[in-house]
Design a protein around this ligand. Structure first.
Ligand SMILES: Nc1nc2c(ncn2[C@@H]2O[C@H](COP(=O)(O)OP(=O)(O)OP(=O)(O)O)[C@@H](O)[C@H]2O)c(=O)[nH]1
Length: 339
């Protein structure tokens, strides 16, 4: 229950820039008994949503909001999704969840989300923003703050900040980031997470989390929720992907264009493997691939979702096709011209 005896259902807003570890944290906390009564709503910026798959084999199905970003194009969808969840709860079609976690897209400015919850009379009657948690990627935060103002807004809006990926950051980066975060948002509690391992209490509202209503109000006058040259596309392949050719293509792509690859995530049907492999990259950092236990549906196509800035999707598609056609290492080396 939110502080102050409020009987409304607390909403936990989990925000943070692209690839900063939101889904990894969600997977971790949802395994904790304290979150067995949580409903989950995931919004992704991309043509094809994958996070609901990556959240994994849980005994509840997260609701995936349509493509687009809740902070701008699909605010109406957010209202509808929250109302719909509540109606289904009341009708007994889904368990009586007692908290709602909304994982935003990495590009979201959280303010319009808060204002949507606060402005809709039906939602306001049943739900209240309980806590806003933002993840901050230790490797990319410093450069990201300069390029992406929404990162600053995420940090500014948060009640709690979780610094991720310190294990990958250069020495001295994390302490510097911690100082910067304290300066940007002195009221927020700051914690660190390694591979999503956090104290689940960080996602629980309590007396220290006073929802930032001023942000919700100021959002009403903020029409700047556009994402400029940032775009998303999906590359899919019906044929199984040869792992070594894929690895080479992916490393070259990241090496050559990493600065423009804000986020890459995919589910691959790797030749010779019966279960899917999840791949992730954030700019120049490729995370280790992960074997998932099962395919989420009968659709076994490989899907790779890209969020890029100033990068031509056709170049990515063409180079992928060239590499996948070639199976010998020598011919792959020739294909590097595709970049
Ligand atoms: N080394 C390391 N990798 C991490 C850590 N936290 C997350 N990752 C990896 O970072 C990648 C991206 O993590 P996600 O949890 O999918 O990030 P996200 O914020 O949900 O990404 P978007 O939904 O695209 O915005 C995955 O490969 C994770 O395994 C960490 O603390 N250390």
């Amino acid at each position: 229950m939110p502080p102050g005896g409020d009987a409304r259902i607390p909403v936990i807003v989990l925000t943070g820039f692209l690839g900063s570890g939101k889904t990894t944290i969600l997977r971790h906390v949802l395994r904790h008994p304290a979150f067995s009564d949580a409903a989950v709503l995931i919004n992704e910026f991309g043509e094809v949503g994958l996070d609901h798959v990556l959240v994994g084999a849980l005994d509840r199905e997260p609701v995936l909001l349509a493509s687009g970003c809740i902070c701008c194009t699909i605010r109406g969808d957010l209202s509808r999704a929250v109302r719909d969840l509540h109606d289904r709860r009341q009708r007994g079609e889904i368990p009586r969840f007692r908290r709602l976690i909304i994982e935003t897209t990495g590009l979201a400015d959280p303010a319009p989300i808060l204002s949507t919850i606060a402005a809709d009379p039906v939602i306001r009657h049943h739900f209240v923003v309980g806590v806003i948690v933002a993840t901050v990627d230790a490797v990319h935060a410093e450069a990201g703050f300069k390029r992406y103002p929404q990162m600053l807004r995420q940090v500014a809006a948060a009640d709690r900040l979780i610094v991720t990926k310190s294990d990958l950051a250069l020495e001295g980066t994390t302490p510097r980031l911690l100082r910067r975060l304290s300066a940007l948002n002195p009221q927020a509690d700051i914690a660190q997470a390694s591979h999503g391992a956090i104290d689940p209490a960080l996602l629980q509202p309590d007396d220290t989390t006073t929802p930032r209503r001023w942000i919700a109000q100021s959002a009403e006058d903020d029409p700047s929720a556009s994402h400029g040259a940032i775009r998303s596309f999906c590359l899919s392949s019906a044929d199984p992907v040869p792992w070594s050719a894929f690895g080479l293509w992916f490393s070259l792509l990241v090496h050559r264009h990493g600065g423009r690859l804000l986020r890459v995530k995919g589910l691959l049907d790797v030749a010779g493997s019966t279960s899917p492999v999840a791949i992730h990259a954030v700019q120049h950092v490729i995370h280790p691939p992960e074997h998932l236990p099962d395919w989420p549906s009968d659709d076994r196509q490989s899907r790779i979702v890209f969020i890029v800035e100033d990068l031509d999707p056709d170049l990515v598609r063409r180079s992928f096709t060239s590499f996948m056609r070639l199976s010998t290492p020598a011919s792959q080396v020739q294909a590097t011209g595709a970049f």
